[in-house]
Design a protein around this ligand. Sequence first.
Ligand code: F6P
Ligand code: MG
Length: 300
Amino acid sequence: MKTLRQYLDETACEEPLKDLIELIAYQSIPIRDAFIDNQSYAGTENTYGEEQAALDKWADDHIISVLGKSGFVKAIASEEQADIVRFPDAFGDYAVVMDPLDGSSLIQVNLAVGTIVGIYRGGDALQKGEDLAVAMYMLYGPMTVLTITVGGGVYTFALDSDGIFVLLKENVRIPEGTLFGSGGIRNEWLPGHHDFISLCEQKGGKLRYSGSFVADFHQILTYGGIYCYPAARGKPEGKLRLVFEANPIGFIAKQAGGAISDGTQDLLTVLPEKPDHRTPIYVGSKSLIDAAESCMKEHN
Ligand code: F6P
Ligand code: MG
């Protein structure tokens, strides 16, 4: 079975980037081990005023400490940090963007959650999604699965009983499926989004929405369809974050033949204004992204 390292050795990635990818991927082991002691809330809020789960904080502190010590990384933009964390003395020149524990409201109910990561060359964390060198996520479900792209297609690996990531699927492509899931409160949705969800229902699509972006996206990547977190009345920017969530997941979607949009434009072409830049999100099968954009356009 091909290991993560053997796969990386077949790509054009430079050695320090391969080392950094492996270092991050294998943090899934201590993060998974920390679930049992970090089930409560931490009693703190992140920059968004959201209550932090203990594991959010644990995973954030842990990854920042490991990457800081590694010397590979000049900057980290984390969903759990108000400002970019900088390591001016690092010998490496990478910038990492991350949501250390996505879907954290599901920790206490033991449903799948994950860690979302993007890596840029050049030490600047506020770049366009299309300029990512690497996008990856580790999904903590019944198995620990790593989904990764370094720009040459999407690959998934599973952590085996020896603690090694082994290849599960190569060249993953998003099928043109009909699953759909939308965040937000229905009576706060805008008319274009209402129309789009009606269209999904008319096409015979099934609703799938868990409350964990990374887990819901993994399902869309496998079966096809769309994940949405839309703009809402009084909340034109939606809920999710461009830098830590939309860009890495969108980059994977695009590499798998899918797309990501805010309803009007390809999100990967948007330059982040600040670390906590929020955006409406539509991500998944290409034809459904086109359909979502058409519905939004009709109400503009
Ligand atoms: O990180 C934001 C997030 O937790 C996503 O993982 C998830 O899809 C969404 O928010 C859930 O939001 P809500 O509870 O409003 O459905
Ligand atoms: Mg998140």
